[in-house]
Design a protein. Structure first.
Length: 549
Protein backbone atom coordinates (compact mmCIF):
# COMPACT_ATOMS: atom_id res chain seq x y z
CA UNK A 1 0.00 0.00 0.00
CA UNK A 2 1.39 3.38 -1.04
CA UNK A 3 1.56 5.92 1.78
CA UNK A 4 1.89 9.70 1.39
CA UNK A 5 2.03 11.72 -1.80
CA UNK A 6 1.56 9.63 -4.93
CA UNK A 7 0.71 9.75 -8.61
CA UNK A 8 -0.39 6.85 -10.80
CA UNK A 9 -0.40 6.59 -14.58
CA UNK A 10 -1.84 4.21 -17.13
CA UNK A 11 -0.53 4.05 -20.70
CA UNK A 12 -2.95 3.20 -23.50
CA UNK A 13 -2.57 2.09 -27.10
CA UNK A 14 -5.76 2.06 -29.17
CA UNK A 15 -7.81 2.29 -25.95
CA UNK A 16 -6.01 -0.78 -24.59
CA UNK A 17 -3.98 -0.40 -21.35
CA UNK A 18 -0.39 -1.48 -22.00
CA UNK A 19 1.53 -0.22 -18.94
CA UNK A 20 1.20 1.22 -15.44
CA UNK A 21 3.56 3.55 -13.56
CA UNK A 22 3.37 4.70 -9.96
CA UNK A 23 5.29 7.40 -8.10
CA UNK A 24 5.40 8.34 -4.42
CA UNK A 25 7.53 10.04 -1.77
CA UNK A 26 11.25 9.27 -1.80
CA UNK A 27 12.88 6.89 0.67
CA UNK A 28 13.68 8.60 3.95
CA UNK A 29 17.21 7.18 4.11
CA UNK A 30 19.10 5.61 1.23
CA UNK A 31 22.87 5.76 1.53
CA UNK A 32 23.68 5.13 -2.14
CA UNK A 33 21.38 7.97 -3.20
CA UNK A 34 22.45 10.24 -0.33
CA UNK A 35 26.13 9.82 -1.25
CA UNK A 36 25.35 10.55 -4.90
CA UNK A 37 23.58 13.76 -3.87
CA UNK A 38 26.10 14.55 -1.13
CA UNK A 39 23.72 16.27 1.26
CA UNK A 40 23.92 16.38 5.06
CA UNK A 41 21.14 15.17 7.36
CA UNK A 42 19.84 18.71 7.73
CA UNK A 43 19.90 19.30 3.99
CA UNK A 44 18.16 15.96 3.41
CA UNK A 45 15.33 16.82 5.81
CA UNK A 46 14.88 20.16 4.10
CA UNK A 47 15.20 19.06 0.46
CA UNK A 48 13.92 15.46 0.38
CA UNK A 49 10.58 16.79 -0.92
CA UNK A 50 12.34 17.45 -4.24
CA UNK A 51 13.06 13.72 -4.74
CA UNK A 52 10.34 11.25 -5.76
CA UNK A 53 10.35 7.48 -6.07
CA UNK A 54 9.24 5.34 -9.01
CA UNK A 55 7.91 2.43 -6.98
CA UNK A 56 5.94 0.61 -9.70
CA UNK A 57 6.46 0.02 -13.41
CA UNK A 58 4.44 -2.75 -15.01
CA UNK A 59 4.11 -3.93 -18.60
CA UNK A 60 2.01 -7.11 -19.03
CA UNK A 61 3.82 -10.17 -20.39
CA UNK A 62 1.65 -10.26 -23.48
CA UNK A 63 2.83 -6.82 -24.62
CA UNK A 64 5.77 -7.27 -27.01
CA UNK A 65 6.89 -3.91 -28.43
CA UNK A 66 10.60 -3.13 -28.97
CA UNK A 67 11.93 -0.25 -26.82
CA UNK A 68 8.49 0.30 -25.27
CA UNK A 69 9.74 0.33 -21.68
CA UNK A 70 12.41 2.99 -22.18
CA UNK A 71 10.00 5.08 -24.27
CA UNK A 72 7.32 4.98 -21.55
CA UNK A 73 9.88 5.81 -18.87
CA UNK A 74 11.02 8.85 -20.81
CA UNK A 75 7.43 10.00 -21.28
CA UNK A 76 6.59 9.13 -17.68
CA UNK A 77 9.43 11.15 -16.18
CA UNK A 78 8.38 14.24 -18.12
CA UNK A 79 4.77 13.80 -17.06
CA UNK A 80 5.48 13.24 -13.37
CA UNK A 81 7.85 16.21 -13.05
CA UNK A 82 5.11 18.44 -14.46
CA UNK A 83 2.17 16.89 -12.61
CA UNK A 84 3.93 16.55 -9.23
CA UNK A 85 4.61 20.29 -9.18
CA UNK A 86 1.05 21.07 -10.25
CA UNK A 87 -0.53 18.84 -7.60
CA UNK A 88 1.81 19.26 -4.62
CA UNK A 89 3.60 22.54 -5.41
CA UNK A 90 7.02 20.87 -5.17
CA UNK A 91 9.34 20.68 -8.17
CA UNK A 92 11.15 17.32 -8.50
CA UNK A 93 14.90 17.65 -8.96
CA UNK A 94 15.73 13.95 -8.80
CA UNK A 95 13.90 10.64 -9.34
CA UNK A 96 14.88 7.31 -7.76
CA UNK A 97 13.96 3.65 -8.18
CA UNK A 98 15.03 0.16 -7.10
CA UNK A 99 15.87 -2.74 -9.44
CA UNK A 100 16.20 -6.38 -8.44
CA UNK A 101 19.76 -7.63 -9.26
CA UNK A 102 18.22 -10.51 -11.21
CA UNK A 103 17.44 -8.00 -13.96
CA UNK A 104 19.71 -5.72 -15.96
CA UNK A 105 17.73 -2.49 -15.73
CA UNK A 106 18.16 -2.02 -19.47
CA UNK A 107 15.03 0.08 -19.91
CA UNK A 108 16.11 2.48 -17.16
CA UNK A 109 19.64 2.77 -18.56
CA UNK A 110 18.22 3.45 -22.02
CA UNK A 111 16.10 6.21 -20.51
CA UNK A 112 19.25 7.81 -19.00
CA UNK A 113 18.82 6.62 -15.43
CA UNK A 114 22.10 6.26 -13.51
CA UNK A 115 23.16 3.36 -11.29
CA UNK A 116 24.54 4.80 -8.02
CA UNK A 117 24.93 1.75 -5.77
CA UNK A 118 23.00 -0.86 -3.81
CA UNK A 119 20.60 -0.78 -0.94
CA UNK A 120 21.68 -2.47 2.29
CA UNK A 121 18.89 -5.03 2.57
CA UNK A 122 16.73 -3.19 5.12
CA UNK A 123 13.05 -2.31 4.93
CA UNK A 124 10.79 -0.02 6.96
CA UNK A 125 8.21 -1.87 9.03
CA UNK A 126 5.83 -0.91 11.82
CA UNK A 127 8.57 -1.20 14.43
CA UNK A 128 11.29 0.53 12.39
CA UNK A 129 13.90 -0.66 9.93
CA UNK A 130 14.48 -4.43 9.76
CA UNK A 131 17.07 -6.43 7.84
CA UNK A 132 15.56 -8.72 5.18
CA UNK A 133 18.67 -9.38 3.05
CA UNK A 134 17.06 -8.46 -0.30
CA UNK A 135 19.53 -6.05 -1.81
CA UNK A 136 18.36 -3.82 -4.64
CA UNK A 137 20.24 -1.73 -7.16
CA UNK A 138 19.57 1.99 -6.82
CA UNK A 139 19.07 4.09 -9.96
CA UNK A 140 18.43 7.84 -10.15
CA UNK A 141 17.33 10.22 -12.89
CA UNK A 142 18.53 13.84 -12.72
CA UNK A 143 15.77 16.31 -13.59
CA UNK A 144 17.51 19.50 -12.44
CA UNK A 145 21.19 19.50 -13.46
CA UNK A 146 22.14 22.10 -10.83
CA UNK A 147 20.39 20.32 -7.95
CA UNK A 148 23.59 20.14 -5.84
CA UNK A 149 24.13 23.87 -6.24
CA UNK A 150 20.54 24.46 -5.14
CA UNK A 151 20.87 22.07 -2.17
CA UNK A 152 24.32 23.48 -1.31
CA UNK A 153 26.18 20.14 -1.29
CA UNK A 154 28.84 18.09 -3.10
CA UNK A 155 28.80 14.45 -4.16
CA UNK A 156 30.71 12.10 -1.86
CA UNK A 157 31.97 8.52 -2.47
CA UNK A 158 29.75 5.57 -1.61
CA UNK A 159 31.34 2.51 0.01
CA UNK A 160 29.02 -0.46 0.28
CA UNK A 161 29.59 -3.78 2.05
CA UNK A 162 27.15 -6.62 2.05
CA UNK A 163 26.16 -7.66 5.60
CA UNK A 164 25.92 -11.37 6.32
CA UNK A 165 22.84 -12.61 8.13
CA UNK A 166 22.68 -15.42 10.65
CA UNK A 167 20.45 -17.29 8.23
CA UNK A 168 23.21 -17.28 5.63
CA UNK A 169 25.81 -18.49 8.11
CA UNK A 170 23.61 -21.40 9.16
CA UNK A 171 22.96 -22.31 5.54
CA UNK A 172 26.68 -22.28 4.81
CA UNK A 173 27.37 -24.65 7.65
CA UNK A 174 24.58 -26.98 6.60
CA UNK A 175 25.77 -27.42 3.03
CA UNK A 176 29.33 -28.13 4.16
CA UNK A 177 28.17 -30.66 6.73
CA UNK A 178 26.49 -32.58 3.92
CA UNK A 179 29.58 -32.33 1.71
CA UNK A 180 31.33 -35.37 0.31
CA UNK A 181 35.07 -35.61 0.02
CA UNK A 182 37.51 -36.89 -2.55
CA UNK A 183 39.88 -39.57 -1.19
CA UNK A 184 42.38 -38.80 -3.95
CA UNK A 185 42.61 -35.21 -2.76
CA UNK A 186 43.07 -36.38 0.83
CA UNK A 187 45.96 -38.64 -0.15
CA UNK A 188 47.45 -35.97 -2.41
CA UNK A 189 47.39 -33.43 0.40
CA UNK A 190 48.71 -35.87 3.04
CA UNK A 191 45.93 -34.85 5.44
CA UNK A 192 45.69 -36.34 8.90
CA UNK A 193 42.34 -37.45 10.47
CA UNK A 194 42.46 -34.39 12.73
CA UNK A 195 42.86 -32.10 9.74
CA UNK A 196 40.00 -33.78 7.89
CA UNK A 197 37.63 -33.08 10.79
CA UNK A 198 38.35 -29.37 10.50
CA UNK A 199 38.00 -29.17 6.72
CA UNK A 200 34.30 -28.26 6.67
CA UNK A 201 34.70 -25.51 9.24
CA UNK A 202 37.79 -24.11 7.52
CA UNK A 203 36.09 -24.10 4.12
CA UNK A 204 33.20 -22.06 5.53
CA UNK A 205 35.62 -19.64 7.18
CA UNK A 206 37.68 -19.35 4.00
CA UNK A 207 34.65 -18.65 1.83
CA UNK A 208 33.41 -16.12 4.37
CA UNK A 209 36.56 -14.08 3.73
CA UNK A 210 35.06 -13.15 0.35
CA UNK A 211 31.54 -12.27 1.46
CA UNK A 212 31.91 -8.57 0.57
CA UNK A 213 31.98 -9.52 -3.11
CA UNK A 214 28.40 -10.81 -3.15
CA UNK A 215 25.38 -8.54 -3.36
CA UNK A 216 22.91 -11.01 -1.87
CA UNK A 217 22.93 -13.81 0.67
CA UNK A 218 21.67 -16.28 -1.93
CA UNK A 219 24.60 -15.50 -4.23
CA UNK A 220 27.10 -16.09 -1.46
CA UNK A 221 25.55 -19.47 -0.70
CA UNK A 222 25.57 -20.46 -4.37
CA UNK A 223 29.21 -19.44 -4.54
CA UNK A 224 29.98 -21.78 -1.68
CA UNK A 225 28.18 -24.63 -3.43
CA UNK A 226 30.29 -24.01 -6.52
CA UNK A 227 33.52 -23.94 -4.51
CA UNK A 228 32.47 -27.15 -2.79
CA UNK A 229 31.86 -28.76 -6.17
CA UNK A 230 35.32 -27.84 -7.43
CA UNK A 231 36.89 -29.42 -4.36
CA UNK A 232 34.57 -32.45 -4.28
CA UNK A 233 34.52 -35.65 -6.29
CA UNK A 234 32.19 -34.51 -9.07
CA UNK A 235 33.81 -35.99 -12.17
CA UNK A 236 32.88 -33.15 -14.53
CA UNK A 237 33.70 -29.81 -12.94
CA UNK A 238 31.00 -27.83 -14.73
CA UNK A 239 28.07 -25.86 -13.36
CA UNK A 240 25.39 -28.39 -14.27
CA UNK A 241 27.20 -31.37 -12.76
CA UNK A 242 27.94 -29.49 -9.54
CA UNK A 243 24.34 -28.29 -9.24
CA UNK A 244 22.94 -31.80 -9.78
CA UNK A 245 25.30 -33.23 -7.16
CA UNK A 246 24.60 -30.74 -4.38
CA UNK A 247 21.41 -28.83 -5.22
CA UNK A 248 19.26 -31.18 -7.27
CA UNK A 249 17.57 -30.68 -10.62
CA UNK A 250 15.29 -27.76 -9.54
CA UNK A 251 18.29 -25.59 -8.64
CA UNK A 252 20.45 -26.17 -11.72
CA UNK A 253 19.20 -22.96 -13.31
CA UNK A 254 19.99 -20.98 -10.15
CA UNK A 255 23.65 -22.00 -10.18
CA UNK A 256 23.87 -21.35 -13.92
CA UNK A 257 22.50 -17.84 -13.42
CA UNK A 258 24.97 -17.31 -10.58
CA UNK A 259 27.82 -17.87 -13.03
CA UNK A 260 26.32 -16.00 -16.00
CA UNK A 261 23.74 -13.41 -14.88
CA UNK A 262 23.95 -12.67 -11.17
CA UNK A 263 26.08 -9.69 -10.24
CA UNK A 264 29.00 -10.25 -7.91
CA UNK A 265 32.19 -8.27 -7.69
CA UNK A 266 35.01 -10.20 -9.34
CA UNK A 267 37.53 -7.45 -8.54
CA UNK A 268 36.77 -7.68 -4.81
CA UNK A 269 37.24 -11.46 -4.93
CA UNK A 270 40.61 -11.16 -6.61
CA UNK A 271 41.83 -8.34 -4.39
CA UNK A 272 40.94 -10.30 -1.25
CA UNK A 273 42.63 -13.44 -2.59
CA UNK A 274 45.79 -11.43 -3.29
CA UNK A 275 45.80 -9.96 0.22
CA UNK A 276 45.44 -13.44 1.75
CA UNK A 277 48.19 -14.93 -0.44
CA UNK A 278 50.48 -11.98 0.17
CA UNK A 279 50.21 -12.50 3.92
CA UNK A 280 51.25 -16.13 3.49
CA UNK A 281 54.11 -16.08 0.98
CA UNK A 282 55.26 -12.52 0.22
CA UNK A 283 58.92 -11.80 0.93
CA UNK A 284 61.74 -9.73 -0.48
CA UNK A 285 63.19 -10.82 -3.83
CA UNK A 286 60.27 -13.01 -4.84
CA UNK A 287 59.44 -13.74 -8.47
CA UNK A 288 56.38 -12.82 -10.50
CA UNK A 289 55.84 -15.65 -12.98
CA UNK A 290 53.95 -15.38 -16.27
CA UNK A 291 52.70 -18.31 -18.30
CA UNK A 292 49.84 -19.43 -20.49
CA UNK A 293 47.51 -22.35 -19.91
CA UNK A 294 44.98 -23.77 -22.35
CA UNK A 295 41.83 -25.81 -21.76
CA UNK A 296 40.59 -28.13 -24.54
CA UNK A 297 36.92 -27.68 -25.42
CA UNK A 298 34.64 -29.87 -27.52
CA UNK A 299 31.89 -27.34 -28.18
CA UNK A 300 31.85 -23.79 -29.53
CA UNK A 301 29.64 -22.10 -26.92
CA UNK A 302 32.29 -21.12 -24.35
CA UNK A 303 33.53 -17.55 -24.51
CA UNK A 304 36.81 -17.18 -26.39
CA UNK A 305 36.90 -20.78 -27.60
CA UNK A 306 38.63 -21.22 -30.93
CA UNK A 307 40.79 -23.58 -32.92
CA UNK A 308 44.29 -22.49 -31.95
CA UNK A 309 47.50 -23.92 -30.55
CA UNK A 310 46.67 -25.76 -27.32
CA UNK A 311 49.57 -26.33 -24.94
CA UNK A 312 47.57 -28.99 -23.14
CA UNK A 313 47.38 -31.23 -26.23
CA UNK A 314 50.54 -29.98 -27.97
CA UNK A 315 48.79 -29.20 -31.27
CA UNK A 316 46.21 -26.93 -32.88
CA UNK A 317 42.96 -27.77 -31.16
CA UNK A 318 39.63 -26.37 -30.07
CA UNK A 319 40.37 -24.67 -26.75
CA UNK A 320 40.22 -21.64 -24.49
CA UNK A 321 43.53 -19.89 -23.85
CA UNK A 322 44.36 -18.02 -20.67
CA UNK A 323 47.27 -15.87 -19.54
CA UNK A 324 48.20 -16.27 -15.86
CA UNK A 325 50.46 -14.51 -13.38
CA UNK A 326 51.80 -16.23 -10.27
CA UNK A 327 54.16 -15.41 -7.42
CA UNK A 328 56.98 -17.53 -6.00
CA UNK A 329 59.13 -17.14 -2.90
CA UNK A 330 60.87 -19.43 -0.43
CA UNK A 331 57.61 -19.42 1.56
CA UNK A 332 55.46 -20.85 -1.23
CA UNK A 333 53.75 -20.04 -4.51
CA UNK A 334 50.33 -19.30 -5.97
CA UNK A 335 48.42 -17.64 -8.80
CA UNK A 336 47.56 -13.96 -8.36
CA UNK A 337 45.92 -12.83 -11.62
CA UNK A 338 44.65 -14.04 -14.98
CA UNK A 339 42.91 -12.97 -18.16
CA UNK A 340 41.16 -14.90 -20.92
CA UNK A 341 42.71 -14.51 -24.36
CA UNK A 342 40.09 -13.56 -26.95
CA UNK A 343 41.13 -14.59 -30.49
CA UNK A 344 40.98 -11.84 -33.10
CA UNK A 345 38.12 -13.47 -35.01
CA UNK A 346 35.90 -13.10 -31.94
CA UNK A 347 35.82 -9.35 -32.68
CA UNK A 348 34.54 -9.76 -36.25
CA UNK A 349 30.92 -9.28 -37.34
CA UNK A 350 30.69 -13.03 -37.84
CA UNK A 351 30.98 -13.50 -34.08
CA UNK A 352 28.60 -10.69 -33.06
CA UNK A 353 25.83 -13.07 -31.94
CA UNK A 354 28.26 -15.23 -29.98
CA UNK A 355 29.73 -12.17 -28.26
CA UNK A 356 26.25 -11.09 -27.22
CA UNK A 357 25.31 -14.59 -26.04
CA UNK A 358 28.52 -14.85 -24.00
CA UNK A 359 28.01 -11.32 -22.63
CA UNK A 360 31.37 -10.08 -23.90
CA UNK A 361 31.69 -6.40 -22.88
CA UNK A 362 31.33 -4.03 -25.82
CA UNK A 363 34.35 -2.09 -24.58
CA UNK A 364 36.65 -5.11 -24.89
CA UNK A 365 39.25 -4.82 -27.64
CA UNK A 366 41.61 -7.36 -29.13
CA UNK A 367 44.92 -7.82 -27.32
CA UNK A 368 47.70 -10.28 -28.04
CA UNK A 369 48.78 -12.67 -25.31
CA UNK A 370 51.97 -10.66 -24.89
CA UNK A 371 50.01 -7.43 -24.43
CA UNK A 372 47.83 -9.15 -21.84
CA UNK A 373 50.88 -10.58 -20.09
CA UNK A 374 52.59 -7.19 -19.85
CA UNK A 375 49.44 -5.61 -18.40
CA UNK A 376 49.16 -8.38 -15.80
CA UNK A 377 52.81 -7.95 -14.78
CA UNK A 378 52.34 -4.21 -14.37
CA UNK A 379 49.21 -4.72 -12.28
CA UNK A 380 51.02 -7.21 -10.05
CA UNK A 381 53.91 -4.79 -9.53
CA UNK A 382 51.65 -1.84 -8.81
CA UNK A 383 49.72 -3.65 -6.07
CA UNK A 384 52.92 -3.65 -3.97
CA UNK A 385 51.56 -6.74 -2.21
CA UNK A 386 54.27 -8.98 -3.63
CA UNK A 387 57.89 -7.76 -3.27
CA UNK A 388 59.68 -8.60 -6.49
CA UNK A 389 63.29 -9.23 -7.42
CA UNK A 390 62.54 -11.16 -10.59
CA UNK A 391 59.97 -11.64 -13.33
CA UNK A 392 59.90 -15.01 -15.09
CA UNK A 393 58.06 -15.98 -18.28
CA UNK A 394 57.94 -18.77 -20.83
CA UNK A 395 59.16 -18.81 -24.43
CA UNK A 396 55.88 -17.55 -25.84
CA UNK A 397 56.70 -14.22 -24.20
CA UNK A 398 60.51 -14.44 -23.94
CA UNK A 399 61.05 -14.92 -27.67
CA UNK A 400 59.52 -11.47 -28.27
CA UNK A 401 62.32 -8.89 -27.98
CA UNK A 402 59.82 -6.02 -27.64
CA UNK A 403 58.17 -7.81 -24.73
CA UNK A 404 61.55 -8.29 -23.04
CA UNK A 405 62.34 -4.60 -23.56
CA UNK A 406 59.01 -3.63 -21.98
CA UNK A 407 59.71 -5.77 -18.90
CA UNK A 408 63.25 -4.38 -18.73
CA UNK A 409 61.78 -0.85 -18.66
CA UNK A 410 59.99 -1.78 -15.43
CA UNK A 411 63.43 -1.86 -13.78
CA UNK A 412 63.22 -5.46 -12.65
CA UNK A 413 65.37 -8.49 -13.47
CA UNK A 414 63.74 -10.97 -15.80
CA UNK A 415 64.37 -14.61 -16.67
CA UNK A 416 62.54 -15.32 -19.91
CA UNK A 417 62.54 -18.64 -21.74
CA UNK A 418 63.50 -18.54 -25.43
CA UNK A 419 63.31 -20.97 -28.34
CA UNK A 420 66.18 -23.32 -29.18
CA UNK A 421 66.74 -21.67 -32.58
CA UNK A 422 67.35 -18.22 -31.07
CA UNK A 423 70.50 -16.64 -32.52
CA UNK A 424 73.22 -15.02 -30.38
CA UNK A 425 76.86 -13.97 -30.57
CA UNK A 426 79.34 -15.15 -27.96
CA UNK A 427 81.32 -11.95 -28.59
CA UNK A 428 80.00 -8.61 -29.75
CA UNK A 429 80.67 -8.24 -33.49
CA UNK A 430 81.58 -4.93 -35.07
CA UNK A 431 78.72 -3.28 -36.93
CA UNK A 432 78.55 -0.21 -39.11
CA UNK A 433 77.95 1.10 -42.61
CA UNK A 434 80.22 -0.84 -44.98
CA UNK A 435 82.89 1.01 -46.97
CA UNK A 436 81.80 1.82 -50.49
CA UNK A 437 83.49 -0.55 -52.92
CA UNK A 438 82.93 1.63 -55.98
CA UNK A 439 80.11 -0.35 -57.50
CA UNK A 440 76.36 -0.06 -57.11
CA UNK A 441 74.52 2.16 -54.64
CA UNK A 442 76.21 3.74 -51.68
CA UNK A 443 75.61 1.61 -48.56
CA UNK A 444 73.28 3.38 -46.12
CA UNK A 445 72.16 0.74 -43.63
CA UNK A 446 74.20 -0.47 -40.70
CA UNK A 447 75.07 -4.17 -40.63
CA UNK A 448 77.59 -6.60 -39.18
CA UNK A 449 80.86 -6.01 -40.98
CA UNK A 450 82.56 -8.64 -43.10
CA UNK A 451 85.02 -10.88 -41.32
CA UNK A 452 83.06 -10.85 -38.05
CA UNK A 453 81.86 -14.14 -36.58
CA UNK A 454 78.38 -15.32 -37.48
CA UNK A 455 75.59 -15.68 -34.91
CA UNK A 456 74.82 -19.22 -33.73
CA UNK A 457 71.78 -20.99 -32.34
CA UNK A 458 71.65 -21.40 -28.58
CA UNK A 459 71.09 -25.13 -29.12
CA UNK A 460 74.52 -25.33 -30.79
CA UNK A 461 76.11 -23.69 -27.76
CA UNK A 462 74.49 -26.28 -25.48
CA UNK A 463 76.07 -29.08 -27.50
CA UNK A 464 79.54 -27.56 -27.23
CA UNK A 465 81.57 -29.41 -24.61
CA UNK A 466 83.75 -26.35 -24.05
CA UNK A 467 81.31 -24.80 -21.58
CA UNK A 468 81.01 -25.78 -17.93
CA UNK A 469 77.73 -27.02 -16.45
CA UNK A 470 76.91 -27.08 -12.73
CA UNK A 471 74.46 -29.48 -11.08
CA UNK A 472 71.82 -27.91 -8.84
CA UNK A 473 68.63 -28.94 -7.04
CA UNK A 474 65.56 -27.33 -8.61
CA UNK A 475 63.07 -28.56 -6.03
CA UNK A 476 62.24 -31.28 -3.55
CA UNK A 477 59.88 -33.70 -5.26
CA UNK A 478 57.77 -36.50 -3.82
CA UNK A 479 60.50 -39.00 -4.70
CA UNK A 480 63.45 -36.87 -3.64
CA UNK A 481 65.41 -33.91 -5.03
CA UNK A 482 64.89 -32.83 -8.64
CA UNK A 483 68.29 -32.21 -10.20
CA UNK A 484 69.25 -30.21 -13.26
CA UNK A 485 72.46 -29.00 -14.88
CA UNK A 486 72.85 -25.28 -15.44
CA UNK A 487 75.18 -23.18 -17.58
CA UNK A 488 75.42 -19.37 -17.56
CA UNK A 489 77.06 -17.38 -20.36
CA UNK A 490 77.20 -13.72 -21.34
CA UNK A 491 76.01 -13.36 -24.94
CA UNK A 492 74.91 -10.68 -27.37
CA UNK A 493 71.38 -11.03 -28.69
CA UNK A 494 70.72 -11.11 -32.43
CA UNK A 495 68.13 -8.49 -33.31
CA UNK A 496 67.08 -7.75 -36.88
CA UNK A 497 70.49 -8.73 -38.21
CA UNK A 498 72.39 -6.52 -35.76
CA UNK A 499 73.90 -7.08 -32.33
CA UNK A 500 71.46 -6.13 -29.59
CA UNK A 501 71.79 -6.11 -25.82
CA UNK A 502 74.32 -7.97 -23.70
CA UNK A 503 72.35 -10.62 -21.82
CA UNK A 504 72.80 -13.73 -19.75
CA UNK A 505 72.09 -16.96 -21.61
CA UNK A 506 70.81 -19.48 -19.08
CA UNK A 507 70.82 -23.10 -20.24
CA UNK A 508 69.23 -25.89 -18.25
CA UNK A 509 69.50 -29.63 -18.87
CA UNK A 510 66.96 -31.73 -16.96
CA UNK A 511 67.62 -35.27 -15.75
CA UNK A 512 65.72 -36.64 -18.76
CA UNK A 513 68.05 -34.77 -21.13
CA UNK A 514 65.55 -32.07 -22.09
CA UNK A 515 67.15 -28.69 -22.69
CA UNK A 516 65.67 -25.28 -21.86
CA UNK A 517 67.04 -21.86 -22.70
CA UNK A 518 66.42 -18.41 -21.24
CA UNK A 519 67.62 -14.82 -21.46
CA UNK A 520 68.18 -12.62 -18.42
CA UNK A 521 68.81 -8.89 -18.23
CA UNK A 522 70.55 -9.20 -14.85
CA UNK A 523 73.75 -7.21 -14.39
CA UNK A 524 77.04 -8.68 -15.51
CA UNK A 525 78.32 -8.96 -11.94
CA UNK A 526 75.29 -10.75 -10.48
CA UNK A 527 76.32 -13.79 -8.39
CA UNK A 528 75.75 -17.13 -10.11
CA UNK A 529 73.89 -18.33 -7.02
CA UNK A 530 71.28 -15.62 -7.58
CA UNK A 531 70.80 -16.77 -11.16
CA UNK A 532 70.39 -20.34 -9.90
CA UNK A 533 67.80 -19.15 -7.41
CA UNK A 534 65.87 -17.46 -10.20
CA UNK A 535 65.84 -20.70 -12.20
CA UNK A 536 64.36 -22.62 -9.25
CA UNK A 537 61.55 -20.05 -8.93
CA UNK A 538 60.36 -20.40 -12.53
CA UNK A 539 58.74 -23.85 -12.34
CA UNK A 540 56.08 -23.37 -9.57
CA UNK A 541 53.54 -21.69 -11.88
CA UNK A 542 53.45 -24.92 -13.87
CA UNK A 543 52.79 -26.74 -10.61
CA UNK A 544 49.91 -24.33 -9.97
CA UNK A 545 48.36 -25.38 -13.30
CA UNK A 546 48.88 -29.05 -12.47
CA UNK A 547 47.31 -28.66 -9.02
CA UNK A 548 44.39 -26.68 -10.42
CA UNK A 549 43.60 -29.22 -13.11
Amino acid sequence: RIIGKRLKYLAFAAQLPIAALSWNDASLRLEARDCFIGWSDEQRKKCLKHVINNNRFLIPNWIRVPNLASYLLARGTKAVTRDWHDKYGQKPFLLETFIDPRFYGTSYKSANWIYVGNSKGYGLGRSGYKYHGLFKEVYVYVVERDFRKIFGCRQRPFFWKCPISQKKEKADSMIIQRADYNPDLIDWGALSPEMIEKLAEELVEFHDEFRDAFCRVEQSILGQYYLQGLLGNVQRKNVEAIALQYLGTPRVRALQKFMTNYRWDEAVLQAKAQVILSGLIAEENGMITLDGSDIPKKGKESVGVSRQYCGNTGKRDNCQAGVFVGYTSTKGYGLIDRELYMPKKWFTNEYADRREKCQVPESLIFKTKNQIGLELIRKALYTELFPVGWVGFDAGFGSDSKFRDAVDSLQVNYLGDIKSNTLVWLNRPKAGIPTYCGKGRLPEKERVLEGEELPIHVSDIANDSEFKWDTTILAQGAQGPIFAELCFLRVVEYRDGLPGKDLWLVMRRDSDGKLRYAFSNASVDIPKEELKRAVTMRWPIEQCFEDGK
